[in-house]
Design a protein around this ligand. Structure first.
Ligand code: AMP
Ligand code: MG
Length: 404
């Protein structure tokens, strides 16, 4: 049997970063910058007022108090967005709004609160110092400065900065495009009636959500019955546009294992380089990985818990790493087990668990079998029990994957 670590390595090596691409700002949130961003202009772009008030020459306000205000004629009115260039004559004021360009010659802004708010002339009740309430061009960003570096994740604030600099697009590492294929002749799409022996198909929506939550894109989801021709038709339709194909089901040891049949030596696909292996883990022992016409494929077992735990263990870290995203691995925490559990010999067990990070305690949650999806739905952690451990007494400190 292959170890979990070895299978993780095989899959991580298959999934490669897409070439950098230029995307519109609105498409870039959460992606990783593929190049440095150099400011094409300064911020603020021009000297401007930080307050609603009056642009003055500071010396014209000398000695002004509430009792003995200075009276200045108001020569101009400058709302934000005025584009003509103005000059302030000595002994006059310009009414000015926040963000409006400072007229040449002005050396201070008197806030409206320190005046009578006059329109033709203004009573100034407070002396103002040179530079007061003025935002200088370039005091935030000087043109030519590197403001963001390759490898940084694009945040809302980074998008705001790029837009403020007048940039409409930026270079990023694109999202991986994932094709999800569920297999099984028993599967019926939720929302339609079930016949005897049928079950609702749940892996597509679950894995699609997990793919998106990992930061990647879902190219398509499709379900094939246990029929190689049907399976192959879906593959042929989408595979060329995918960066990764994930199948679920059809890889166990029974008959009607459509994924194995399609890729095995006897399959109509011939051997396209997909290797089926047993991985020493529970859940999720039957696994496969390889290339289909150059596109990586990971074949997960069909049981929903096995499928999602396998995604967590093998695919999520590899996808995130290929997109350059930080923390490709879930955070691992040491926590004390509050109730004894058992684990199979020779298999690394990932048990669903409830982690109390504050208390540093964890409890196993639900049975270990791979069809108990309900427990996984409310779990916030996975216990990671090493292969050689079979009995874990209460009080043991374990490594826990924090899914929260
Ligand atoms: P398989 O790996 O195809 O042998 O499937 C193992 C178990 O998982 C069977 O009980 C299947 O019915 C179930 N299963 C497989 N695929 C899905 C799916 N997409 N949604 C729900 N259950 C599934
Ligand atoms: Mg099946």
């Amino acid at each position: 049997m292959r170890s979990v670590t070895e299978h993780q390595r095989v899959i991580a090596e298959m999934i490669a970063a897409r070439p950098a691409a230029t995307v519109a700002l609105a498409e870039a949130l959460g992606l990783v910058l593929a190049g440095d961003v150099v400011a094409p202009l300064s911020l603020p772009v021009f000297d401007n007022s930080a307050m609603d008030g009056y642009a003055v020459r500071a010396e014209d306000t000398a000695g002004a108090t509430a009792e003995r205000p200075v009276l200045l004629p108001v020569a101009e009115d400058i709302p934000a967005g005025r584009t003509d260039e103005l000059t302030l004559q000595p002994g006059t004021a310009h009414r000015i709004m926040t963000g409006a360009p400072l007229p040449a010659g002005a050396t201070a802004i008197v806030p409206v609160e320190a005046t009578d708010g006059g329109v033709r002339s203004v009573q100034i009740r407070q002396h103002s110092d040179v530079g007061k309430h003025i935002r200088r061009a370039g005091e935030d960003v000087e043109a030519g400065t590197t403001v963001l570096r390759a490898g940084e994740v694009v945040t809302p604030a980074a998008l705001g900065l790029l837009a403020a600099l007048g940039l409409a697009a930026l270079p990023v590492v694109p999202r991986q495009r994932v094709l999800l294929m569920s297999t099984g002749s028993e599967l019926v799409t939720p929302g339609t009636p079930l016949q005897s022996g049928q079950i609702y198909e749940s892996n597509s929506v679950m894995l699609a959500a997990a793919v998106r939550e990992a930061g990647a894109d879902v190219l398509a989801t499709a379900t094939a019955g246990d029929d190689v021709a049907q399976f192959t038709a879906i593959l042929d339709r989408y595979a060329a546009d995918a960066d990764l194909i994930i199948t679920s089901g059809g890889v166990s040891a029974g008959a009607y294992e459509v994924v194995k049949d399609a890729f095995g030596p006897q399959g109509i696909q011939g051997n396209r380089g997909v290797e089926f292996v047993k991985v020493a883990m529970q859940p999720g022992m039957p696994q496969g990985a390889g290339l289909v016409a150059g596109t990586p494929i990971v074949t997960l077992p069909g049981n929903p818990v096995s499928a999602l735990v396998s995604f967590e263990v093998f695919i999520r870290p590899a996808l995130r790493a290929a997109m350059g995203l930080p923390n490709p691995q879930r955070p691992k925490r040491a926590a004390v087990l509050t109730e004894a559990v058992t684990s199979p010999r020779g298999k690394r067990q990932f048990r669903r668990a409830l982690l109390d990070s504050t208390a540093g305690q964890v409890i196993s949650y639900g049975p270990p079998a791979s069809h108990h999806l309900r427990w996984l739905a409310s779990a916030n952690a996975l216990l990671d029990i090493p292969e050689d451990v079979m009995e874990v007494p209460a009080g043991t400190e374990l490594q826990v994957w924090d899914l929260s």
